[in-house]
Ligand binder design. Structure first.
Ligand code: NAI
Ligand code: MG
Length: 480
């Protein structure tokens, strides 16, 4: 069976769909069927230049609109995306290969909510503050923003940049991942459909080291907001530094989940597996290191092995399946190689999921390793697949040391039946977001990394502020 291949080879620049100046296309595969489902433009540096020029031309007029006018545009886009929800869910599912509940509630539901949240923020955020002494501080849009995004939550990551940038009065050039570019294309069709002023949103498809690198190093790019691997993030920051261009970086993680000895182990371990395996482990904030009391290790392993049997891997469209394929054959090989490395370094396989029945699809069954120590590669490197490392500790002090012993600092979790003890440990973990027990994210909670997990924060008012410059206006003394 051959799928229809959608040809989507034009770029969106200055309010029009235009041909790329280059030749050739990039193939997009459905990871569950391994079939090519679409081709997109293999963009060029010239395409990137044209998009930056369009964004630069459009920016002053966009910034001059009132905040409520910009909020109205975001709400129109939200309404258009809400009306297109089923279609967006189908596109993401074909592109990313994730189960339907994740595709609907998270991959599409969260960005829909965020479009509205940033519309509201545009209207309530104090862009201009002047006190009774006449001290006046203004927050102005940073200007032209390049948004470079990855493949794991493609629409969410894009909207978390685009929506606050537009709310702030910036214009954007979107450079979605070449691996899952289809939801970004659909979003931009919706942008075109609502008649947003030309040049406010532009999209250039292509490879990172060509289009992404050109955008990051362009003298007219005022800011690069990047999400992806730490290696690519470092290159983007280096290119941006050439023009002292601002960067926001949302990078990798190796997030710890400390289970203290007074925690409800059943609940903590079950939740820990869920937060490691979400999106088949392809999540930057995945809790991939479970740090547990050594004298409860056997009990915890037994719970983990039992809970793993609840996971069903297979065709993501089938009801009850909670683990789809990995994104690509490259990613599958990468994850398999880490499973081999873990065994070779002396980690002990506690349990492994049942392989998928399907004949096609980049599936890797989930695996849980124990007796992991901090010097092992599976304790240090971002695997981006369904692999959990269990690291035993002897006392609370050592648990904190292990938790902080990586180059990353994105997310974390602490489990304890004593809220004060949990809070004490939470404050000692170097990470941008720490959850206690089943603590829930509140809407707009700042998200981002310490250490090599990134620079800056996304979401909520902190996310909006990334796209704002601060200006002090010094008023003359009043004349008597
Ligand atoms: P990547 O970091 O290469 O790609 C992310 C985005 O950056 C894409 O749009 C890509 O085109 C762009 N890019 C790549 N190189 C660039 C450059 N030199 N200049 C400008 N833009 C560039 O991620 P990739 O290769 O798809 O995945 C590799 C690994 O990265 C994964 O196995 C995973 O460990 C990690 N990753 C982490 C993510 C996170 O959310 N923390 C998301 C995706 C990947
Ligand atoms: Mg790449």
């Amino acid at each position: 069976m051959t799928a229809t291949i959608i040809e989507h080879t034009r770029q969106y620049i200055g309010g029009a769909w235009v041909n790329s100046t280059g030749e050739g296309v990039i193939e997009v595969r459905n990871p569950a069927t391994e079939q090519v489902i679409a081709v997109v433009a293999k963009g060029t540096e010239d395409d990137a230049d044209a998009a930056v020029a369009a964004a630069k031309a459009a920016q002053p007029a966009w910034a001059r609109l009132s905040t409520s006018e910009r909020a109205t545009w975001l709400r129109r886009l939200q309404a258009a995306a809400a009306a297109d929800r089923e279609n967006l869910v189908r596109i993401i599912q074909d592109d990313v290969g994730c189960p339907t509940p994740l595709a609907d509630h998270v991959q599409v539901g969260v960005p829909l909510a965020n479009l509205g949240a940033f519309a509201d923020l545009a209207e309530t955020y104090p862009f201009d503050e002047q006190d009774t002494e006449g001290r006046w501080v203004r927050r102005e849009p940073v200007g032209v923003v390049a948004c470079i995004t990855p493949w794991n939550f493609p629409l969410h990551q894009l909207v978390l940049k685009m929506a606050p940038a537009l709310a702030a009065g910036c214009t954007v050039v979107l450079k979605p991942t070449e691996v899952t570019p289809l939801s970004a294309l659909r979003l931009v069709e919706l942008v075109d459909g609502i008649g947003l002023p030309p040049g406010v949103v532009n999209l250039v498809n292509g490879f990172g080291p060509v289009v992404g690198a050109r955008l990051a190093g362009h003298p007219d790019t005022d800011m690069v907001s990047f999400t992806g691997s730490t290696a690519a993030g470092k290159r983007v920051a280096a290119l941006a530094a050439g023009n002292v261009t601002r960067v926001a970086l949302e990078l990798g993680g190796k997030s710890p989940n400390i289970i203290l000895d007074d925690a409800d182990l059943e609940v903590a371990v079950r939740d820990g597996l869920a937060w490691c395996f979400v999106n088949s482990g392809q999540t930057c904030s995945a809790l991939t290191r479970m740090i547990v009391p050594r004298d409860r290790l056997a009990e915890i392993e037994e719970i983990a092995a039992r809970e793993l049997r609840e996971y069903r891997i297979g065709d993501p469209r089938k009801p009850g399946v909670n683990l789809g394929p990995l994104i690509s054959d490259v990613q599958r090989e990468r994850v398999r190689s880490y499973v081999d490395v873990a065994a070779a370094e002396g980690a002990r396989l506690v349990a492994c999921g049942t392989p998928a029945d399907e004949q096609t699809g980049y599936f890797v069954p989930p695996a849980i390793f124990s007796d992991v120590t901090t010097d092992m590669r599976i304790a240090q490197e971002e695997i981006f697949g369904p692999v959990l490392a269990i690291l035993p500790y002897d006392d609370e002090e050592q648990a904190v040391t292990i938790a902080n012993d990586t180059v990353y600092g994105l997310a974390a979790c602490v489990w304890s039946s004593d809220p004060d003890r949990a809070a004490r440990v939470a404050t000692r973990i170097r990470a941008g977001q720490v959850r206690i027990n089943d603590g829930d994210r509140w809407p707009g909670a700042p998200f981002g990394g310490m250490k090599q997990s990134g620079l800056g924060r996304e979401d909520g008012s902190h996310g909006l502020e990334e796209f704002l410059e601060i200006k002090a206006i010094l008023l003359p003394k009043p004349t008597a």
